[in-house]
Design a protein around this ligand. Structure first.
Ligand SMILES: [Zn+2]
Ligand SMILES: [Zn+2]
Length: 387
């Protein structure tokens, strides 16, 4: 099955939707116009159910097959939000909003899943139910997590979920995927050491937080060097060190250090959190001070499930003839929350030779639309074949 003919027919329409979204980008949960357009189109396509306001501005559409005897329910997810970047593409449909831009191609993702929804609602050539999921706030806001917290998976009985992202540098319309850990967990830590400030010439009367914190910075490096299995990927970086004193003759009362942790497994992530707490508490106690540690868990590791990954790659091969093994990505991805709730897979579709995502000259490649839409349709028709 190469690209489906219907998507060649719909290509101009889908491109026009994509460019309209591109011209009108919305950030985080503020996707009011976008969500409205998505919901209107899903209703116009004849979806059996369209619900807005899941995960604040998320939209869910339901499409039943010619039969639903299989009892299968598959979720397909796209993201809708833009980034706070000032666009520099010079396109005639460039963003009309300063400091807002579809620099990650979520305009393309939304348009492709809409195209697939139109096709699936027209043809219904499957035995089961499709749930199309349009989420806000992928770029750091956790919109996917909020949709899950609103009970989306149980409410629609979703059994498996699939996601897709365009990928600059891969040939247009080609596919890449990998099983297991794929995108990194991205966490932050914020530690305040407190001692007893005082005169720099009378250190014996103080509890010196500078010395305490300096020991901690070095000791934190041993999480990677001595605690983690060397074959694992883990980064612990201290990126900020600030004392409460601006003077050269004052020992500061407090020192605040900040940094980031990147991991590819939940074991490494838990190890980092546990050891940061233990090391800081231990060092503070050694010197007679205290450590207040805040460890903020951002997006979890995004883990592709084996069986669904194999299936997703098979569908990709049936469209493009090939599906390469994608590299590990140290960036985060909100779809990780959905893959924690249900088995599924996330695939990359080639965006050709364009600027990288999050670059002010990036643009989604409309030539990838037929392949992307065909993959969505293939996931449905091959996973839930018509009786
Ligand atoms: Zn992005
Ligand atoms: Zn993105």
């Amino acid at each position: 099955m190469p690209v489906k003919n219907r998507f060649a027919e719909l290509h101009d329409d889908i491109t026009a939707w994509r460019r309209d979204l591109h011209e009108n980008p919305e950030i985080l949960f503020e996707t009011h116009r976008t969500s409205g357009i998505v919901a209107d189109k899903l209703r116009a396509f004849g979806c059996d159910e369209v619900v807005e306001g899941i995960g604040r501005t998320g939209v869910v559409g339901v499409i039943k097959g010619k039969s639903t005897d299989s009892g299968k329910v598959v979720g397909l997810r796209a993201d809708m939000d833009a980034l706070p970047i000032n666009e520099q593409t010079g396109l005639d449909y460039a963003s009309k909003t300063p400091d807002a831009m579809h620099a990650c191609g979520h305009d393309g993702h939304t348009a492709m899943l809409l195209g697939a929804a139109q096709y699936l609602a027209e043809t219904r050539n499957f035995d089961g139910t499709v749930v199309v999921i349009f989420q806000p706030a992928e770029e750091g806001g956790g919109g996917g997590r909020e949709m899950c917290e609103d009970g989306m998976m149980d409410r629609w009985g979703i059994q498996e979920v699939y996601g897709m992202h365009n990928w600059p540098g891969m040939p247009t319309g080609s596919f890449g995927i990998r099983p297991g850990s794929f995108f990194a967990a991205t966490d932050q830590f914020d530690i305040t050491f407190e001692g007893r400030g005082g005169h720099a010439a009378k250190p014996h009367e103080t509890i010196d937080t500078t010395v305490m914190s300096a020991q901690a910075v070095l000791a934190l490096q041993t999480i990677t060097a001595r605690n983690a299995d060397p074959v694992e990927q883990i980064v612990v970086s201290v990126t900020s060190f600030e004392t409460s004193s601006k003077a050269f003759n004052v020992i500061p009362q407090k020192v605040q250090i900040k940094g980031t942790v990147r991991t590819m497994s939940s074991d490494m992530r838990s190890l980092a959190e546990k050891r940061i707490n233990e090391i800081c508490a231990g060092i503070a106690a050694t010197f007679g001070g205290t450590a207040d540690v805040t460890y903020h868990r951002g997006y979890p590791v995004m883990v592709n499930h084996e069986e669904q990954t194999e299936f997703a790659a098979d569908v990709a091969r049936s469209i493009s003839g090939d599906c390469v093994e994608a590299p590990l990505v140290m960036g985060g991805e909100d779809f990780a929350f959905m893959l924690e709730e249900r088995p599924g897979a996330y695939i990359l579709v080639g965006n050709g030779d364009t600027a990288a995502v999050h670059h002010p000259e990036y643009n989604f490649n409309d030539e990838a639309i037929p392949a992307g839409c065909s993959w969505w349709a293939g996931i449905v028709e091959q996973r839930m074949p018509a009786a």
